[in-house]
Design a protein. Sequence first.
Length: 224
Amino acid sequence: MAYILNIETATKNCSITLAKDGEILVCMELAEEGYSHAEKLHVFFEEALQKAGLTFQNLNAIAVSQGPGSYTGLRIGVSAAKGLCYALNLPLIAIDTLETLARQLSVTEGKIIPMIDARRMEVFTAVFDSAYQKLRATEAEIIEATTYDGLEGTIHLLGDGAAKCKALLNDPRFVYHDAIIYPSAKEMSRLSFDKYQKSDTVDVAYFEPFYLKDFVMTTKPKKS
């Protein structure tokens, strides 16, 4: 029996699940325009454990979304996960953020392309088949009308980066799933348990999020 705390903070959605053998016991999440992850995350931990009648000492592992995504969001989630692993002497499991987003959609055919907004016409993306096998590696890609010309069949687009592609990717083979916006810890629960069973963990000391792009600090122009 394994209790795993799953943490997803790669986007505006601050999301956690507490799962037993891959089955969700408690899910807590909140998506806000302002990143409130740092304030919400530890409150979610405490409330989830309380609802499940457990304590931190009952946990067997911590799983965290590894990215790509928001630099700030990933940093907050990974820092919290590492802190718990150090304090409780637990293994750390890293989960592909785009795969958890892709797994919100269930289709029998076609390609699944999750997209996380990365400013302007750029998205963090990858290509999966209907069985969630990755067909194209994760990358930061500037979307153009010809970006997916080499793919055959129906192409399913989802995530907060997909909406801005509608004007360019408007062929009938593109199907938009507007209701699926952010990755969630819900889809992490089964993935993290599978990795736990295989002892597929990362080094707590050296693990870094998959930022994919260098952090760029933006500043408001000074008023003259």
